[in-house]
Design a protein around this ligand. Structure first.
Ligand SMILES: *[C@@H]1O[C@H](CO)[C@@H](O)[C@H](O)[C@H]1NC(C)=O
Ligand SMILES: *[C@@H]1O[C@H](CO)[C@@H](O)[C@H](O)[C@H]1NC(C)=O
Ligand SMILES: *[C@@H]1O[C@H](CO)[C@@H](O)[C@H](O)[C@H]1NC(C)=O
Ligand SMILES: *[C@@H]1O[C@H](CO)[C@@H](O)[C@H](O)[C@H]1NC(C)=O
Length: 545
């Protein structure tokens, strides 16, 4: 995809030393071109499926692709089981409110922090769903500027279906329904008591009648307030520490993001820089500009993917114009696979994961964890190649740190590399073991259509004993479960994997639960609000800086 021409390189799978793999490709190039301290441009799509992309075989999605290498890709982390630095014990996998207190702890070392120390200009444009405040609405303890970025423009939260007034709501409708239900119960109680009192059938005083009526009114007001809060107050844009639009205006968001990227690149063209463009695309509600609407062969979702592809093209044009093409390593990927649950009637509102089973939020199924992994670094990386070596999104950290001449923190266990590949590889075969899989709804549907996302622990998942074994090299779609009868090395593989799991578990230690109930409830005093609370409304956009 992505204006790929032949200068791109596609990775086929996940997990390994990304840099080692990249540079092994280019032994001659690396001797004449300086491979140290390049500019780094990370492009990450939200919820894009691997099957949506031309580079990975989609021939009906119009993209800037001319000659692309067929093949499959690279890396991931499914939403099931959130990052190791942000965990919860009760099932929340992301922050639910901008006014929640959870977030990436300030004492964590991000690659942006290391690159900044190494003299890089560091910018983040787009989504930051790792928290905002701890104790007051403006302490911004979790803000990107406290995590190594010099510059931030975008949403200090995630774009959600709730940001637009339509049916694909992620939490608003659910909350409103609950509050409305309680309202109805209380209203009924109030009416019954009142009727009983008036007809002398129920011997009560007026006090409980008044209290239940008052509570009913409060709940009704609450359900309107919650709806308004979610739609308006949580869908906002900020530049550095300043709220620029609340609620954000969708028609101008894409052009503003592009202008911000362009001005960052111009300002920092003497480099080196790290720019992380964390797209709001292609998450619902699929905000798409007029000129892309109705243009693709795949409905609103396809329109949105094509618009993002155009954005990537615009960013690459800016790089070209500023003469940065050869000094910049670009990595395009997606945070995880497409969401299969995002359907409205027969319309597709979520990504397509190609031949792979499952999708976003489903733990280990390939559709959720195989994501595109596309690199460009002219003069250093050969163009038009497809690589089968596995890499992981976790490899981004050591890769960019090493390229910048920095050092990864030495005070923690490094689980990112060989450990995981040992998990998967054995004599050229790629094994995959599932200990837990989601329970689909309806049964056998291949996704959890009855919910927004599959649950990932507790009663709502299947625990397998013996675990499910697949040979991904022969069965990438995970359709044939191997058994001791069908697979001669079944027990050997299982033993090796169990050992790796035990080793991994030994390295885990408890961390504060950022996504647990207390960290993940709405706290009015933490609500970012650019007007007098609760009137969170402003428009202070004075153009990109
Ligand atoms: C690197 O140098 C070698 C010879 O010194 C040359 O053949 C090759 O084309 C150069 N590679 C690049 C990418 O410039
Ligand atoms: C291309 O992507 C669209 C959108 O996700 C999907 O509906 C379609 O099936 C894909 N086509 C191919 C050939 O994979
Ligand atoms: C950060 O602080 C928390 C709580 O004070 C602590 O549990 C955690 O280990 C610290 N993390 C690092 C990387 O220092
Ligand atoms: C954002 O903040 C950083 C650090 O405080 C500053 O260097 C940068 O110029 C700011 N950007 C804008 C647009 O104000």
């Amino acid at each position: 995809m992505l204006h790929l021409h032949h200068s791109w390189l596609c990775f086929r799978s996940w997990l390994a030393g990304m840099l080692a793999v990249l540079l092994a490709l280019a032994p001659s190039a690396s001797s004449n071109i300086s491979t140290s301290r390049p500019n780094i441009l990370l492009l990450m799509a939200d919820d894009l499926g691997i099957g949506d992309i031309g580079c990975y075989g989609n021939n009906t999605m119009r993209q800037g692709t001319e000659n692309y290498s067929p093949g499959a890709p690279s890396a991931d982390i499914s939403l099931c089981c959130p990052g190791w630095r942000m965990v919860s014990s009760i099932g929340y996998r992301v922050l639910q409110w901008t006014g929640a207190s959870g977030g990436l702890p300030t004492n964590e070392t991000t690659f942006a922090k290391i690159l900044k120390e190494k003299g890089y200009a560091t910018g983040l444009v787009g989504k930051w769903h790792l928290g905002l405040n701890c104790e007051s609405a403006s302490d911004h303890c979790h803000h990107p500027l406290h995590h190594g970025f010099d510059h931030f423009y975008g949403m200090p939260f995630s774009l959600m279906g709730d940001c637009a007034h339509w049916e694909l709501s992620e939490k608003r409708v659910n909350l409103e329904q609950k509050l409305n239900f309680l309202f109805q119960v209380l209203a009924l109680v109030a009416l019954t008591l009142a009727a009983g009192k008036l007809t002398h059938l129920i011997p009560v005083s007026w006090t409980p009648v008044i209290w239940s009526a008052l509570s009913a009114v409060l709940l009704l007001a609450g359900s309107y307030f919650v709806g308004a809060l979610i739609v308006h107050a949580d869908c906002l844009l900020m530049r550095n520490h300043t709220i620029t639009e609340q609620p954000m205006r969708f028609q101008t968001t894409t052009p503003l993001i592009l202008q911000e990227v362009a001005s960052f690149l111009k300002r920092n063209k003497h480099g080196p820089f790290l720019l992380f463009v964390s797209f709001l695309h292609v998450h619902i509600p699929l905000i798409t500009m007029e000129n892309f609407l109705g243009k693709s062969l795949h409905g609103l979702y396809g329109d949105n993917v094509e618009e993002m592809d155009w954005m990537v093209g615009q960013i690459l044009d800016t790089l070209d114009m500023e003469g940065l093409t050869n000094s910049t390593l670009i990595y395009f990927t997606s945070d995880h696979g497409g969401s299969l649950e995002n359907q409205l009637g027969n319309s597709q509102y979520g990504g397509w994961n190609g031949i792979y089973k499952g999708g976003k939020g489903m733990g280990g199924w390939e559709g959720g964890i195989r994501v595109p992994g596309i690199f460009r670094w002219p003069g250093v990386l050969p163009a038009g190649q497809v690589i089968g070596e596995p890499t992981s999104l976790m490899d981004v950290f050591p890769t960019v740190v090493q390229l910048a001449g920095g050092e990864v923190p030495q005070d923690r266990y490094r689980t990112t590399q060989r450990n995981n590949s040992a998990l998967h590889r054995h004599k050229g075969t790629m094994w995959k073991v599932h200990f837990v899989t989601p329970v689909f709804q309806p049964e056998g549907a291949g996704a959890c259509y009855g919910r927004k996302v599959c649950p990932c622990f507790g009663e709502k998942v299947l625990h397998h004993d013996p675990p499910l074994l697949f040979d991904l090299s022969r069965d990438p779609s995970e359709t044939h479960v191997l058994t001791p009868a069908s697979e001669p090395v079944f027990y050997q593989v299982m033993e090796r994997v169990q050992q790796a799991v035990r080793e991994h578990q030994r390295t885990l230690s408890p961390v504060p639960l950022q996504l647990d109930r207390l960290g993940n409830i709405w706290r009015p005093w933490l609500q970012p609000c650019c007007g007098p609370f609760p009137l969170c409304w402003c428009l202070r956009e004075d153009g990109p800086q």
